[in-house]
Design a protein around this ligand. Structure first.
Ligand SMILES: C[S@@+](CC[C@H](N)C(=O)[O-])C[C@H]1O[C@@H](n2cnc3c(N)ncnc32)[C@H](O)[C@@H]1O
Length: 213
């Protein structure tokens, strides 16, 4: 898309305007709100990991949802400017070391298992859809493995994925672990977007032999 068209579309986008007015750092905040209004994935007092959290729109919504007794810990390749009530880690989630650092922060927080894992991670767009889509599925699979390790029984999972090859396998893997699985195209997603949010409700555990070491 040309730059001028991108700026024009952004200027005319109602969610962009609304986010700016409400003080949300990203219009994507409304995607999480819309998903949560429908499925109540995050409740007051919950402990939540926010994967791919920068610039912080979802974290802003999460902090509001969990309230003072909750916990929000985010990770991103990019630095996320501080938000009161959230903790952020900068690192590459595809690296074991980053996942271990995130696990250590969660352990230190002393909250036990998480109530929800949410991921809005998206690869840098190369312009080659097949490649970008394969990377998106890879990030989503790592997010699901992280959920295997950290979610409490009955916990919830939200994960953005690009539709295409291996999407059905990913969806089946979520279905194996959660009592109910829903696919959502939030109204706030752009019309031309091929992203879908896979929502796993009420975690039952990973199938034997599938847990991360
Ligand atoms: C759509 S943005 C997230 C927006 C965020 N949910 C918000 O509301 O502000 C996708 C994010 O995924 C992050 N990301 C992509 N690959 C990643 C990786 N390997 N590790 C950590 N974060 C990653 C990007 O840096 C980017 O900030």
């Amino acid at each position: 898309m040309g730059q001028t068209r991108w700026y024009r579309e952004r200027r005319d986008d109602p969610y962009f305007k609304q986010a700016k007015k409400a003080g949300y750092r990203a219009r994507s905040a409304y995607k999480l709100q819309q998903i949560n209004n429908k499925f109540k994935v995050v409740k007051k007092g919950a402990a939540v990991a926010d994967l791919g959290c920068a610039p912080g729109g979802w974290s802003q919504v999460l902090v509001e949802l969990v309230g003072e007794d909750g916990l929000v810990v985010g990770v991103d390749l990019q630095r996320t400017r501080p938000i009161e009530g959230a903790r952020f880690l900068q690192g590459d989630f595809t690296q074991q070391d980053t996942r271990d650092r995130l696990s250590a922060i969660l352990e230190e927080a002393g909250r036990g298992a998480l109530d929800a894992v949410v991921s809005d991670m998206a690869p840098d767009m190369s312009g080659n859809y097949d490649l970008d889509q394969a990377r998106s599925v890879h990030l989503s699979t790592l997010a699901l493995e992280f959920a295997d390790r950290h979610l409490r029984e009955g916990g919830n999972f939200v994960c953005k994925v690009f539709e295409g090859a291996d999407f059905q396998e990913f969806r089946a893997a979520v279905r194996e672990r959660f009592r109910s699985v829903r696919l959502v195209h939030p109204a706030a997603s752009r019309k031309q977007s091929s992203e879908v949010f896979v929502v796993g409700l009420r975690f039952q555990g990973a199938p034997d032999g599938d847990e991360e070491e």
